[in-house]
Write a protein that binds this ligand. Structure first.
Ligand SMILES: O=P(O)(O)OP(=O)(O)OP(=O)(O)OC[C@H]1O[C@@H](n2cnc3c(O)ncnc32)[C@H](O)[C@@H]1O
Ligand SMILES: [Mg+2]
Length: 193
């Protein structure tokens, strides 16, 4: 499919929105997305299955917006190697209730500080069909370094970043290796295939 398409992104997270706008700003072809942000209060089901969470979020968005729109949501998780998939999607509540320093301390008993950042995108097309895309970035949990304005950016050091935390990286650099950047690579491939 070619041309400009209106796609609604439902999120209340401005940091996320800014990254997604940057990621989608330039396409390889003439195709383009006109990204429309809607801030709807979506309930997040308590689940470990990331695809189920994103799909449930997207279905809620569709029921609030009505049929006929192309709409997507994304849900971002952080899993620790030693905690078998946790905190996963619950990372949001860990950041809110514990704060970054206590999250780092959770891993004190373990030598392995390995973690994986995962973005799951759930997209409902104009015909009401659902599609899911994911991106993964591996790294490790470190003492907080860099600005702390975006979630757990300052305690996650990707293996591909030459020792920088996400928070210490330029946005373009982060997007080029990030969980979000990779999930949107998949999404764009699907949209413009
Ligand atoms: O409205 P939505 O899109 O749901 O936005 P949210 O802030 O609720 O986001 P999530 O449900 O995906 O929760 C993910 C948590 O991880 C944080 N987060 C998301 N992407 C991140 C990134 O790239 N780097 C660091 N923290 C991130 C975010 O601030 C939340 O605390
Ligand atoms: Mg959320």
């Amino acid at each position: 499919m070619t041309g400009i398409r209106d796609i609604i992104f439902v999120t209340g997270n401005l940091n996320k929105l800014k990254e997604v706008q940057m990621i989608l700003a330039k396409n390889e072809s003439d195709d383009d997305i006109n990204l429309i942000n809607k801030e709807l209060d979506l309930e997040e089901i308590q689940e470990l299955d990331l695809k189920e969470i994103a799909l449930a979020k997207c279905k809620q968005a569709v029921s609030m917006l009505g049929p006929g729109h192309a709409v997507f949501v994304e849900d971002t998780a952080l899993t620790f190697d030693e905690l078998n998939g946790l905190p996963g999607a619950f990372i949001k509540w860990f950041v809110k209730s514990l704060g970054l320093n206590k999250i780092v301390k959770l891993l004190d008993p373990f030598e392995n500080k390995g973690a994986t950042a995962i973005t799951t995108i759930a997209y409902a097309d104009e015909n009401g069909e659902y599609h899911v895309f994911q991106g993964f970035t591996k790294g490790r949990i470190v003492e907080s370094r860099g600005p702390t304005n975006f979630g757990w950016d300052s305690i996650f050091e990707p293996f591909e970043s030459n020792g920088k935390t996400y928070a210490e990286m330029e946005k373009l650099e982060k997007n080029s290796i990030s969980h979000r950047g990779r999930a949107f690579d998949e999404f764009k491939q699907f949209l413009f295939k």
